[in-house]
Design a protein around this ligand. Structure first.
Ligand code: AHG
Ligand code: MN
Ligand code: MN
Length: 329
């Protein structure tokens, strides 16, 4: 028996939602198209001379790779002809981008077009992360402020992992977390991971330990308890790929915790709230896990700026509860 495709799954979920108009389904279909296009681009990038830097620095102060821009352009293009999307915001763009027919659109899409871009030139795993928000009510012009929404308002969230296989994971409405794997021979995603839940027990801890000298003492002690197997939760091995999507995907499947703590010279850490922390925290919570900045639930935060960052601890419920018990807040 063949597995359902992503398209079939989206349509079945739409039919089960009482007031669905089909607009969100079309947005999800376009996100899957972006995923397939970026996946193909990554596959051929080495041969096409598309590895390496552009020489530009983005709004985050980070070097921009050629594939960051190519991926960002793909996201811009797939929503260009979809009137339900009024505008977009991206990790790679300083300001929001509104489409010509923005007045018709009821949704915003926010994304990290290529996550883990330090892995591009070494052919390591990469990802894309997305969040869909409803456009606030009202006829007035859309402002940046309209995009500054709390994670709990997300209408849909998910990611695309570009590893040995390309995997699309999402949740929408009040639905479960579902994962699909791309069959390149037919260009379709097939349901391979229905009703995903994070195991509670086992798995790994995942953190960049080279930042130890920049952590506050409670974080140093927390990570040491993981390293020495003194958490009381059982043994956790260490894994860190440098691509949040890849580290998150492993955490979702195997359990444990991913951490990007605040640093002494950067108290909010590195990960961006709207494009990274908030969407993947929604996936974790819907899968029975938990996500915190150390004190508050990630989904309860509300950003004050488009590119705002936040400390992040996300993963199995018991691990995140333990993390919170060890941090001073
Ligand atoms: P991006 O490539 O979108 O800028 O994101 C990189 C992020 C994330 O993917 C990863 O978890 C983290 O940066 C790694 O940072 P460090 O090298 O500081 O550990
Ligand atoms: Mn990223
Ligand atoms: Mn990125």
């Amino acid at each position: 028996m063949s597995r359902p495709t992503l398209t079939e799954h989206i349509l079945l979920s739409q039919a089960a939602a009482p007031h669905a108009t089909g607009e969100l389904s079309r947005i999800l279909a376009r996100l899957s198209l972006a995923g397939r296009m970026i996946s193909q681009r990554i596959l051929n990038a080495g041969c096409l001379g598309e590895h390496g830097d552009t020489g530009e620095v983005n709004v985050q102060g980070e070097d921009v790779k050629m594939l960051d821009i190519l991926s960002n352009d793909i996201f811009i293009r797939v929503f260009d002809t979809l009137s339900s999307v009024a505008g977009i915001a991206s990790e790679e763009m300083e300001d929001i981008h509104l489409y010509d027919d923005w007045e018709m659109g009821k949704y915003f899409v926010l994304f990290d077009p290529l996550d883990g871009s330090g892995n591009i030139d070494i052919d390591g795993s990469l990802g894309s992360i997305f969040a869909v928000h409803a456009r606030p009510e009202g006829d007035g012009p859309i402002t940046q402020e309209d995009f500054l929404q709390s994670g709990k308002n997300q209408v849909a969230a998910g990611y695309i992992l570009y590893g040995p296989a390309t995997v699309f994971v999402y949740t929408a409405g009040q639905g479960a977390v579902s994962g699909f794997t791309l069959d390149r021979s037919v260009g379709e995603f097939f349901l391979t991971h229905p009703n995903m839940t994070i195991p509670d027990g086992g798995g790994h801890y995942s953190v960049n330990e080279s930042n130890q000298t920049k952590w506050e003492s409670d974080v140093v002690d927390l990570v040491e308890s993981y390293r020495l197997g003194k958490t009381g939760l059982g043994k956790r091995g260490a894994r860190y790929t440098g691509a949040f999507v890849a580290d998150f995907h492993r955490t979702l499947l195997k359990g444990g915790v991913f951490m990007y703590p605040g640093l002494k010279d950067r108290p909010r850490g590195k990960l961006r709230y709207l494009y990274e922390a908030s969407p993947l925290s929604m996936i974790a919570v819907r899968a029975g896990g938990k996500a915190t900045d150390g004190v508050r639930d990630i989904l309860d935060l509300k950003p004050e700026a488009l590119h705002e960052r936040c400390p992040l601890y996300v993963g199995s419920k018991s691990d995140v509860d333990y993390v919170m018990s060890r941090l001073k807040g």
